[in-house]
Design a protein around this ligand. Structure first.
Ligand code: MG
Length: 305
């Protein structure tokens, strides 16, 4: 649009959905509540408008998220920021509502093998569980986002058919998800495979209703995001410092780092409304708490300069 750098094939602006405090931290060692609150506050001050801040799931399955209620109650809420949480069932949703979330997310997989091991039911049964969550959320006017994992490959079933991804995306949208986030959960995708998958999905869905959630296991996440941007996708999930992975997907090294996505977008002339400097600061803060280095190349380069 009014952007000499962004070609007509790229969006003029991108919304970054920050998943570090949930998807990221659930794959790391447990942190004190105060550290999580400070992390989320730093992220909202950086200009991120959508921060996935916790999960209301079985505590014995994901102990890192057991304190999500206290975290959501302790943050300094900024106007215009959506603080969301993962809610796999009605019980989780009720706890999330008590914690005053602005949005919730449900999840399933495009592959049976991953669904069985991660959610302990068939894909069809997982969709049936959504119905209850979506119905109650709509009573409270809480938007529901859908995650669809293993859209490229599954660690158990191999390659996922693009038509299967399209069909499930359509089902989730028809059920009431306002957006479906497509996950390359084990990070094996390359851009042409992303293009084939997205072509199938965009045959049935508007690009506004689709987000991408890529992992950087093989270093391809930014190339894959670029591919998605050229196809009209303008909502990108990412995790500050590249935190996370997936306990059920062996070898899934981590989410693409928010800093790296911001550097790519800003370099392409795409606006995000997010301060890269402030996200880098948040990355170094949270990695200090975890006693590790960021996996983001941008954060490492900033520290050296
Ligand atoms: Mg992830």
């Amino acid at each position: 649009m009014n952007n000499p750098l962004a070609s007509k094939h790229l969006p003029s602006s991108v919304t970054v959905v920050e998943v570090g405090p949930r998807d990221g931290l659930q794959g790391e060692r447990s942190l004190p509540i105060a550290s999580k609150i400070e992390f989320i506050n730093q992220l909202s001050r950086a200009g991120l408008t959508h921060i996935e801040s916790g999960a209301f799931v079985a505590k014995h399955r994901v102990p890192q998220m057991a304190d999500s209620k206290q975290v959501l109650q302790g943050i300094s809420r900024q106007l215009g920021v959506r603080y969301s949480a993962l809610t796999p069932n009605r019980q989780g949703l009720e706890a999330a509502i008590e914690s005053q979330v602005s949005e919730v997310a449900v999840f399933t997989s495009a592959s049976e093998g991953f669904c069985q091991r991660n959610i302990h039911c068939s894909v069809e049964a997982s969709l049936a569980r959504f119905e209850d969550v979506i119905a109650l959320a709509s009573q409270y006017h809480i938007p529901v986002r859908g995650y669809l994992s293993c859209v490229i490959d599954c660690p158990y079933d191999g390659a996922t058919l693009p038509d299967k991804v399209a069909q499930l995306s359509q089902t989730m949208l028809e059920m009431g998800c306002y957006q479906v986030s497509l996950g390359d959960t084990i990070g094996t995708a390359t851009p042409h495979r992303i293009a084939t998958m997205l072509e199938a999905v965009l045959n049935i869905a508007d690009p506004d209703a689709i987000a991408v959630h890529f992992h950087d296991t093989y270093g391809q996440a930014l190339a894959n995001i670029y591919q998605a941007l050229t196809m009209g996708i303008h909502v990108i999930d990412s995790s500050t410092a590249g935190l996370g992975g997936c306990p059920y997907a062996k070898g899934a090294a981590g989410n693409v780092a928010t800093e790296d996505v911001l550097y790519l977008c800003h370099g392409l002339g795409i606006t995000t409304g997010v301060s890269l400097d402030n996200v880098v600061s948040a990355a170094w803060y949270i990695c200090g708490q975890l006693n590790k280095l960021p996996s983001s190349k941008v954060s490492l380069a900033f520290k050296r300069n």
